[in-house]
Structure formats: structure tokens, C-alpha cells
Design a binder for this molecule. Structure first.
Ligand SMILES: [Zn+2]
Length: 275
């Protein structure tokens, strides 16, 4: 599949996308999964990275194992979000290793994870909702956020920048942010109720919406998230926006709008490499 902004990686059949600009920073590992490289079957075919959508848990753990290996991280280093479309951000510390993967989570309702501990792998789950990859190159800190329309409405992008500032002293000017594969402006159709909410945002602009007729509107969550990052102080030249729409490519990605509830989950991951 063609992308002008992201690079398709293939390691032993595990296919995932990366941002070339984040790769060149050298000190992080990151990636966004596709359906390829896992061993799930049926609706979950193949790389389902969710334990909570009805798939066999042993199989999902095997998928995480393959994904970890492809990304060059340890399974036990992974820490999973606990998403409910809110804007709660959790700082992940050394003792959190493995939570949600090989250990029970001891937190609920967490849609973004941040850390400055090398060798910890932050993971969020997606199937149309926007993944945000944060990297503070100066203070060596990272973040991984889930920002669907509700998260966008709750200003997840801005809140993650603010929290990284509080926790790690992050200067927004030193941040690099990737906006990853998710439902694009080509497909994200909403009705008036959702549109009215998004229009409340200070970063909303007229060009973020196209009227489709019959009470339907198409919204550009990518640009809206990008503008939020810019108003939080992240330079435009450091924000990298995907051109991969999950709904347009249901053979490559799981898409909630295409597959409904019976489907697998994709995952975004980011980690500070250990020396
Ligand atoms: Zn599309």
C-alpha cells in the first residue's frame, strides 16, 4: 500500500507503519500495526491486538509477542492503555511494566500513556480512532494517545502536551508528533450532534468540515488534531500527518466503521530505546 508520509515495514511477515522523521531521531522505537503478521482467525484475522473483543486470549498474547519481536522490544516491557474515549493521561513508571499484557492492569479509563523510562513500551488500541505519537527529543520522553472524535473534542492532543510539560519539563517546541493511520477526511462522516460539539473547539475551522447532504458532514480529525498541537506550541514542521485512512483500507487495517464490533484491534506503540 502506498503512503507518502509513512513507511511500511515488514519483519518476518509482521507489517507495520512508521514515521521516517521519528525513526531518524534514533533513540525511540515506534510503530502502528496492520492486520498482517498475527495468528488470529475469523473476524480477528490476523494481527488482533486486543484482549477484550472476544478473541482467544492465548492467541492475542501470541500476536503481541510477534508484534514485540518485530518492533525489537520485550513483551514484558509493554504497558496497555484502558480506553474509554476519555482524556485521562497516565504517567507510566518502571513498576508498570507488563500491565495489561502479562499482568493485570490496576487502572481504569486511561486513553493516553506517557513515560521517560527507557525500555518501557507504551501501547494504545485503535480501529479508526486517531493515534498520536509524542517524542520529546530534548528530555527523552514519549507519549502515545488515543484520540477519536470524543478525545479530539476533549482536546487530548493539547492535554498530552501540557501533561508532558508538567511531568518532564517538555518544551512544546522540542516535541515531534506523528498523527497515525485512522479514519480520514475522505470517510469520517458525522451528523449534526457530533459536528456541533467539534465546532465548540477554539481550534475548529470551517475547512475542517464538508457538507455531504441529508444531514451528513465529513470531518477532518487529522487537521483538527494538528491545529491543536500547533496552538499548544508544537512547530508545524515537527508534526507528521498520515495519509492512511483505515476505512479506505479494511483489508490492511481494522476499521470500526467497516467491520463493526466483531473485529480485531490495531495498536500504536512507542518506546525509548535502552542504551
Ligand atoms: Zn477514507
Amino acid at each position: 500500500m502506498e503512503s507518502k508520509t509513512m513507511k511500511l515495514q515488514d519483519r518476518d511477515g509482521v507489517k507495520f507503519f512508521t514515521f521516517p522523521q521519528l525513526e531518524t531521531l534514533g533513540f525511540i522505537k515506534h510503530g502502528f500495526s496492520t492486520r498482517y503478521g498475527g495468528v488470529s482467525e475469523g473476524h480477528y484475522r490476523w494481527m488482533n491486538l486486543s484482549f477484550s473483543n472476544g478473541d482467544d486470549k492465548v492467541t492475542v498474547l501470541q500476536n503481541f509477542q510477534y508484534f514485540a519481536k518485530a518492533l525489537g522490544v520485550d513483551l514484558g516491557s509493554m504497558v496497555l492503555s484502558d480506553q474509554d474515549h476519555g482524556v485521562v493521561i497516565r504517567r507510566v513508571r518502571d513498576q508498570d511494566r507488563g500491565k495489561g499484557i502479562i499482568k493485570e492492569k490496576d487502572y481504569r479509563g486511561v486513553d493516553a500513556l506517557i513515560t521517560n523510562v527507557p525500555g518501557i513500551t507504551l501501547i494504545t488500541q485503535h480501529a479508526d480512532c486517531v493515534p498520536l505519537f509524542f517524542t520529546d527529543s530534548k528530555n527523552k520522553a514519549v507519549g502515545m494517545a488515543h484520540s477519536g472524535w470524543r478525545g479530539t473534542w476533549g482536546e487530548m492532543a493539547k492535554k498530552t502536551v501540557t501533561r508532558m510539560k508538567e511531568e518532564f519539563g517538555t518544551d512544546p517546541k522540542e516535541l515531534y508528533v506523528g498523527i497515525g493511520p485512522s479514519i480520514g477526511p475522505c470517510c469520517f462522516e458525522v451528523e449534526m450532534d457530533v459536528l456541533e460539539k467539534l465546532q465548540e473547539l477554539t481550534d475548529w475551522r470551517k475547512e475542517d468540515v464538508v457538507f455531504q447532504g441529508e444531514g451528513k458532514y465529513r470531518v477532518d480529525l487529522w487537521q483538527l488534531n494538528k491545529r491543536m498541537l500547533q496552538s499548544a506550541g508544537v512547530p508545524e514542521s515537527r508534526i507528521f500527518v498520515t495519509d492512511l485512512c483505515t476505512q479506505c483500507h479494511p483489508d490492511v487495517f481494522f476499521s470500526h466503521r467497516v467491520h463493526g464490533r466483531q473485529r480485531g484491534s490495531l495498536a500504536g506503540m512507542i518506546s525509548i530505546a535502552e542504551d
